[in-house]
Design a protein around this ligand. Structure first.
Ligand code: RFL
Ligand code: PHB
Length: 393
């Protein structure tokens, strides 16, 4: 099989790229390891920056998101027993965020691609990449759903296959540099049939560890508690999760919090990781394949969309105007944003979590910084402008 751009991975990065390229008349094929049912059911991110919504809107992918997404003008931060509000709208000149489940966005993007005749090959994992460093026609070898090995030839390969995908692993070690940090804790997340206890997300600093209240709809809440990085899920029966949430969210939220049926429960380890550069010959990495942020700043999906915005524009310039300078600057432009978002996500994580072995002095510093954050307009503005999202390049 032949195409112009072979896209590996049908996550937000791969699907958005496929959609944007198709709108420019650029042929592409998406290879996805899992089934459609699987990728549409994977519960992950929930917060979209305003620029992410704008990119989706311009791509014609935001109709349901505009109808069903919840627009928020601020977040709540709770520490030392009191809740405070960071008012994004007044601190950033009216900018907002939208709460809309990543899996709903995935459903919208898959439906739009298939309706437009797009080719997404589900249950077809890429197994090897060849010739992307030195050849003008690289090849992706993949397994067809019948189990046979097939070849997809393309002008370019877009590695949108997430942190555990094959593209990152195919890059020669001497050609890249990897920057990593892992955190000594994880997040246990549940999706529960419980009405939200607040109109806004609540980030909680607590002696027992971090907690986050979020939501998906007027009847569905998404809740997280900090846990040990290697905690088995069995150590967290529902009753324990609800108890911890009640303690960490505090009485004003815990009182209306009604434990409901838990639809999904999982533990994610927290990590920061960047691979440099993001381009290797005819292979471009985007989204989680190129970088990971801890979820505290709600940035992973937004960063994937920002990469694709740059990559789609560069491929358009190459095919439509015969210009390759934007392909050459792709990595530099993306990494400039990536590192700012890495910094913000690391900072939010360091500010709000209980680090094992943290000294009493360090804990006091955390509380002092939180207190400064909610009392200084300058400090609150710094958080707000990063949280609602930096401007696109
Ligand atoms: P994805 O979504 O991981 O998609 C990669 C796709 O590639 C497929 N794949 C392969 N396909 C073919 N061949 C192979 N060899 C393949 N190997 C892998 C996979 O099956 C998959 O379908 O990467 P992408 O597109 O870069 O998107 C990144 C986002 O999914 C991720 O950054 C966010 O979910 C992170 N994240 C959040 N981001 C936000 O912007 N806001 C949030 O509120 C937010 N909350 C979160 C999060 C991530 C979390 N977890 C699970 C770590 C909350 C949590 C708990
Ligand atoms: C979510 O709703 O899943 C969510 C919200 C904010 C975060 C992370 C996850 O920082």
């Amino acid at each position: 099989m032949q195409t112009q751009v072979a896209i590996i991975g049908a996550g937000p990065a791969g699907l958005l790229l496929s959609h944007l390229l198709a709108r420019e008349g650029i042929d592409n094929v998406v290879l996805e390891r899992h089934s459609r049912v699987h990728v549409e059911a994977r519960i992950r991110a929930g917060v979209l920056e305003e620029t992410t919504v704008e990119v989706l809107e311009r791509a014609g992918l935001a109709a349901r998101l505009k109808r069903e997404g919840l627009r928020h003008t601020g977040i709540q931060i709770r520490f030392a027993g009191t809740r405070h509000r960071i008012d994004f709208a007044s601190l950033t000149g009216g900018r907002t965020i939208t709460v809309y489940g990543q899996h709903e966005l995935i459903k919208d993007m898959i439906a739009a691609r298939l309706a437009a005749g797009g080719r997404i090959l589900f249950e077809c994992p890429a197994v090897a990449l060849e010739g992307f460093l030195d050849c003008s026609r690289p090849v992706v070898r993949y397994q067809s759903s019948g189990g046979r090995e097939e070849a997809l030839m393309a002008d370019f390969i877009a590695g949108c296959d997430g942190h555990h995908g094959i593209t990152r692993a195919s890059v020669p070690r001497e050609a890249c540099r990897v920057f990593e940090r892992s955190y000594p804790f994880g997040w246990l997340g549940i999706l529960a049939e419980t009405p939200p206890v607040s109109d806004e997300l609540i980030y909680c600093h607590h002696d027992r560890g971090f907690a986050l209240f979020s939501m998906r709809s007027p009847t569905l809440s998404r809740l997280y508690v900090q846990c040990a990085a290697d905690d088995p899920l069995d150590d967290w029966p529902d009753a324990r999760v609800w108890d911890e949430l009640a303690m960490r969210l505090g009485p004003e939220a815990a009182h209306p919090l009604v434990p409901g049926p838990v639809r999904e429960k999982s533990i994610a380890r927290l990590r920061s990781c960047v691979i440099e550069p993001m381009r290797f010959g005819r292979l471009f990495l985007a989204g989680d394949a190129a970088h990971i942020v801890p979820p505290t700043g709600a940035k992973g999906l937004n960063l994937a969309v920002a990469d694709i915005h740059v990559l789609a524009r560069a491929l358009r310039a190459h095919y439509r105007e015969g210009q390759s300078d934007l392909l050459d600057t792709y990595s530099g432009i993306c990494l400039n944003r990536v590192w700012k978002v890495e910094r913000f996500s690391w900072w939010m994580t360091a500010l709000l979590h209980k680090f094992p072995g943290l000294s009493a002095f360090d804990e006091r510093l955390q509380l002092a910084e939180l207190s400064y954050l909610v009392s200084s307009r300058a400090a609150a503005t710094t958080l707000a402008e990063n949280y609602v999202g930096l401007p696109l390049a």
